[in-house]
Design a protein around this ligand. Structure first.
Ligand SMILES: Cc1cc2nc3c(=O)[nH]c(=O)nc-3n(C[C@H](O)[C@H](O)[C@H](O)COP(=O)(O)OP(=O)(O)OC[C@H]3O[C@@H](n4cnc5c(N)ncnc54)[C@H](O)[C@@H]3O)c2cc1C
Length: 335
């Protein structure tokens, strides 16, 4: 079946089920880098159930177009020439359930110093959840580090997002995924997720789509939780170039050093390729100073890696995920 007909069939199926979708959607409007060409077809499932429906429609097509599942696209570089396939954006599948909401006697439950499990659909905002938890009406500790990380719970599970000495690994107890290869829904325990520094088993299985995650948080003294959450955000604002579009830290942290320090030491702070610049505020970030293309960012990343390798004999590893244009059978490609 011709490519256009495959997409039209998917479009019809989505619209028939009341799921919002659009042809030729400009991804630069969606990515935190403000970079990226058009997605041939973009779909916004509004719940876990709709996400399963979308993935099942795609699976049921005889000849399958490429598929790419993204949360807030805050850790990706999306190609300039767009994506020749289906892009699934999860941000509307964002239901969150606190275990305590189910408790028969909330007051008694709150004073018992037990933990609280939180269930979140993959598209729930991580930072939004952290903000809810620090509120005096919740007083839940564990997500102080996450306030200001502009991703979804699903993206944070896949990336094992972290900051300020903590990470998702500390609070995740399980997650469930839809397996694109066989249509099954499977739950993984924390151990099975193989979480380590900016890594989970999901990065090795692009065919596993995270549907939801369960986290364990603990009750604490709300003013302290709130103060810690806000202090972390203040620290971000003072150190990170939040006034420019970016995808956060470009490189993983080397053992016993910082990527930003190495980049600064080799004299590349402030260096630009086109509209992409090694941030003058934090050399671990590449920012879009206006009109940057994915090609600019890639060229700058290669320049930085080559220079750091020449001086330090160390090859920086990229944290940001490079999305292929859909013509490549592998969804994510190497830098
Ligand atoms: C200003 C700024 C600050 C940041 N600070 C931090 C920080 O302190 N710590 C940190 O760890 N990160 C940080 N990041 C990076 C980013 O926000 C995190 O990695 C975040 O967890 C990514 O979530 P996302 O929803 O945007 O994922 P996306 O960028 O949409 O996706 C990331 C990867 O996960 C995959 N993916 C997304 N959702 C799913 C799903 N449901 N199922 C399967 N695969 C999926 C995508 O295909 C992609 O490979 C920062 C980014 C910015 C712009």
């Amino acid at each position: 079946m011709p490519f256009e007909d495959q997409l039209q069939d998917l479009y019809n199926a989505f619209r028939g089920s009341g799921i919002e979708c659009k042809f030729n959607h400009p991804m630069a409007d969606h990515t935190s880098f403000r970079i990226g060409g058009q997605a041939a077809l973009c779909v916004w499932p509004a719940s876990r159930a709709q996400l399963i429906q979308v993935l099942t429609f795609w699976r049921d097509m005889g000849q399958k177009c490429p598929i790419c599942v993204l949360g807030k696209a805050s850790n990706v570089l999306f190609p300039d020439n767009g994506y020749r396939g289906l892009v699934v954006l999860t941000t509307r599948a964002k239901r969150v359930v606190f275990e305590e909401d189910e408790a028969p006697d909330k007051e008694e439950f709150r004073n018992s110093h037990v933990f609280c499990q939180v269930y979140a659909e993959c598209g729930a905002s991580l930072s939004g959840l952290a903000w809810t938890c620090q509120d005096a009406s919740r007083g839940l500790s564990g997500l102080e580090f996450a306030y200001g990380i502009p991703g979804t719970v699903g993206g944070a599970t896949v990336m094992n997002a972290g900051a300020f000495g903590s990470e998702m690994e500390r609070i995740l107890v399980s997650s469930e995924y839809y397996d694109l290869s066989n249509g099954r829904v499977v739950r993984l325990t924390d151990r099975e997720m193989e979480l380590s520094y900016r890594h989970s088993v999901y990065l090795e299985h692009p065919e596993w789509i995270v549907l939801s995650s369960v986290m364990t948080l603990s009750y604490g003294y709300a003013p302290d939780i709130s103060a810690a959450t806000k202090a972390n955000m203040d620290s971000r604002s003072s150190k990170q170039p939040l006034n420019y579009p970016s995808a956060g830290s470009v490189f993983k942290r080397p053992v016993n050093d910082y990527a930003g320090r190495m980049v600064e030491n080799v004299g590349l702070k402030g260096v630009s390729v086109g509209g992409a610049q090694v941030s003058e505020k934090h050399a671990g970030f590449i920012v879009n100073t206006g009109g940057a293309t994915a090609a600019d960012v890639i060229a700058l990343v290669r320049l930085v890696r080559a220079e750091v390798e020449r001086v330090y004999h160390y090859r920086l590893e990229c944290e940001i995920r490079l999305i292929s244009d859909g013509l490549d059978p592998n969804q994510d490609t190497e830098w």
